[in-house]
Design a protein around this ligand. Structure first.
Ligand code: ADP
Length: 491
């Protein structure tokens, strides 16, 4: 019998860390282990995590996979929550303070008051828009507020890195201090054109080159992990959204994917062209594999599935998120009702943090089914707003969109999305795109697969084609845009 070969995909997310055993020949996950990770909220708007906990739980999940493998484990590939930053002592591996999570807003004011020349440098070099979301201002906050961090920096012992970097460091017992390009490009310190740390941004945010990891390709050989007595190659790493793009095999210019989770993340592959947006989209590195850098435009809506959650837990008009499909289908249309999911403001292309949610067009005949339908319509419409910006920025038309995330299970929503976008929505057989991306990067790094094989392995579960007559969908979108104008605070 042929010996089995596995790779392990480690998906270090915000709420949980999961490890999956991927059977390379079979092309499938055969086992998964999950550990919840805590978060703390010490002040309004602050979000922290314990980096040690992330590491211990990752090690636990990895061990669970290792003990299940009845064959060789060729390597471990990592996908991770992005932007979250850990600062630690290189000699002991101990963090100097809790990890500052991507959602944390403690540096909002710092980012709102950046000097003009720094703002333009950020836009020009990093492809990002200055925001507390990215790692740079979080690093500066630690240096300004944690005396031991400054002392370690002076002694050349301080390390700063994203979650992948910390895990690589700990899993290799301090031997590896590296990250991949897709994670580096979310720090707001990395020049996405030259693939180098930007000296001017480093100086402004108080970081030094010594503090920051080496930046390698997404399919790099990162070193070796010592785990549960075994030595396993650390091979391949990417930020979670980019890993999902790769896992979905959105590998050609004009390919895109939408992840429908709490929020909605759209990544659009622009090939080797680094397209900058005039419409509030971010330019990001999609992946660097086989020495080739592929860029992407990224747009996100803060609220998508969270609006369905609000119907369930806030209004209590839904027994479960999944029930939204049946209830929406029980009516012909939303009966003139429109919804804008601006619970925490509106992101791209409006960027209005004071905007708030809106339910409008209500009559005496409005029922919960109309409201549920309007909420699902708003998710599909916000995706179209993002996509229109990207198509205008890049001059590329989308051929088809690949979907994943919890709410992509909703058939009504996916069909509506196809109608609203006018392109097919393709749902994969394996919905764990992020973990799949990490598994593929690892298999490529280990020489077990090539990029062409990733495309061959992409299996669709269902393709939603746009309806012949899209006039109804156009009406829904027009109504949504009208509601958005009313929801804007800026007017
Ligand atoms: P995250 O990774 O952001 O936690 P998930 O990908 O697990 O999110 O998706 C969960 C979100 O998707 C929740 O907000 C939930 O309300 C929504 N959701 C899950 N299933 C459905 C469904 N069938 N229809 C609509 N929304 C759904």
């Amino acid at each position: 019998m042929q010996k089995k070969t596995y790779v392990i995909a480690l998906d270090a997310g915000t709420t949980s860390v999961r490890a999956f055993l991927y059977d390379v020949e079979k092309g499938a996950f055969v086992y998964g282990a999950r550990q919840e990770v805590g978060q703390s909220f010490p002040q309004p708007g602050w979000v922290e995590q314990d980096a040690n906990e992330i590491f211990f739980k990752a090690a636990y999940a990895l061990n669970a996979c290792i003990s299940r493998a009845d064959g060789e484990i060729a390597g471990i590939g990592i996908a991770n929550q992005r932007e979250t930053v850990v600062l630690w002592d290189k000699e002991t591996g101990e963090p100097v303070c809790p990890a500052i999570v991507w959602q944390c807003r403690r540096t909002s004011e710092m980012c709102a008051n950046l000097p003009e020349e720094i703002v333009s440098r950020i836009k020009e070099k990093t492809g990002l828009l200055p925001d507390a979301y990215f790692s740079a201002s979080k690093i500066k906050w630690v240096l300004d507020n944690v005396p031991s961090a400054r002392k370690l920096r002076e002694e050349g012992r301080l390390a700063a890195g994203t979650v992948d970097c910390y895990l690589l460091y700990k899993l290799s017992e301090g031997k590896v201090f590296a990250t991949d390009v897709t994670n580096a490009c979310r720090t707001m310190l990395f020049d996405i054109h030259t693939l180098e740390w930007d000296e001017e941004l480093l100086a402004y945010f108080g970081a030094t080159r010594e503090m920051l990891p080496r930046v390698l390709s997404s399919d790099a050989d990162f070193g070796t992990a010592l785990i549960g007595g075994s030595r396993i190659p650390l091979a391949g790493a990417a930020g979670d959204q980019q890993a999902a793009l790769f896992g979905q095999a959105a590998l050609s210019r004009g390919d895109g994917k939408i992840t429908y989770g709490t929020g909605l993340f759209l990544l659009f592959n622009t090939g080797e062209a680094c397209v900058s947006s005039g419409r509030g989209m971010l330019t990001t590195i999609g992946y660097r594999v086989g020495g080739r850098t592929v860029y992407a435009l990224e747009g996100s809506a803060f609220n998508a599935g969270s609006a369905v959650q609000w119907l369930r837990d806030g209004l209590e008009i839904l027994p479960s998120s999944a029930e939204s499909e049946r209830i929406a289908l029980s009516v012909e249309d939303s009966g003139g009702v429109s919804f804008v999911p601006a619970f925490t403001g509106l992101g791209a292309p409006h960027w209005d943090s004071e905007a708030r949610g809106l339910l409008c067009g209500i009559t005496r005949g409005t029922t919960r089914a109309h409201i549920v339908r309007a909420v699902l319509e708003s998710i599909a419409c916000s995706a179209r707003e993002l996509l229109e910006c990207m198509e205008k920025d890049s001059g590329i038309s989308l051929r088809e969109i690949k979907c994943d995330g919890g709410a992509s299970a909703n058939n009504f929503l996916m069909q509506l999305q196809a109608d609203i976008l006018g392109v097919a929505v393709n749902r994969p057989a394996e919905l764990e795109s992020t973990a799949l991306g990490a598994a593929y990067l690892c298999a490529i790094s280990c020489g077990l697969m090539d990029v062409e094989e990733v495309a061959r392995r992409r299996a669709s579960e269902r393709v939603f084609s746009p309806s012949q007559d899209r006039s109804k969908a156009e009406e829904v979108f027009a109504k949504y845009l009208f509601a958005v104008r009313r929801a804007l605070f800026k007017g």
